[in-house]
Design a binder for this molecule. Structure first.
Ligand SMILES: [Zn+2]
Length: 141
């Protein structure tokens, strides 16, 4: 069972809390690993997406932005995930070190778990839509 809230309803019902700042996004090996994976382009390897911009700034900015204006999914394990659709390119996808696409959205997962919260760029084409359980508004997910 997954539950969706539009941003407005998520704010009203207190689901969205400010994310950790600065070092708080990289202060354990799990989060540091995710940070490196999604900010450092590599010249080989499996499909992955990386944020564009200066890593330390863009990573935090996109997570803060997603929490500030994204829509919410609460999954079957009660994890809070957030999707934010940007107005421009949020990152790129690489496979085997080669560019394979521009990303236009950001997903922040494990928002409520300060030990695991992390974010990554995703393609808008990977999103589907859902209805906010509170007001019925259609949101991208
Ligand atoms: Zn709503």
């Amino acid at each position: 069972m997954r539950t969706y809230f539009c941003h407005g309803c998520a704010v009203i019902n207190g689901t969205l809390l400010p994310p950790p700042k600065g070092d708080g996004l990289t202060d354990n090996s799990y989060k540091l690993d995710k940070y490196i994976k999604h900010t450092l382009p590599s010249s080989c390897g499996d499909y992955k997406t990386v944020f564009t911009g200066v890593a330390s700034e863009s990573y935090q900015n996109y997570i803060v932005t997603a929490v500030a204006s994204g829509h919410v999914q609460i999954d079957s394990k009660n994890r809070i995930n957030i999707v934010y659709v940007g107005s421009g390119t949020t990152g790129i996808a690489l496979k085997g070190g080669k560019w394979v696409g521009d990303m236009g959205a950001v997903k922040v997962v494990c928002h409520s778990d300060t030990n695991r919260i992390h974010g990554f760029p995703i393609a808008i084409t990977e999103l589907s839509s859902a209805s906010c359980i509170q007001c019925g508004k259609i949101i991208p997910y």
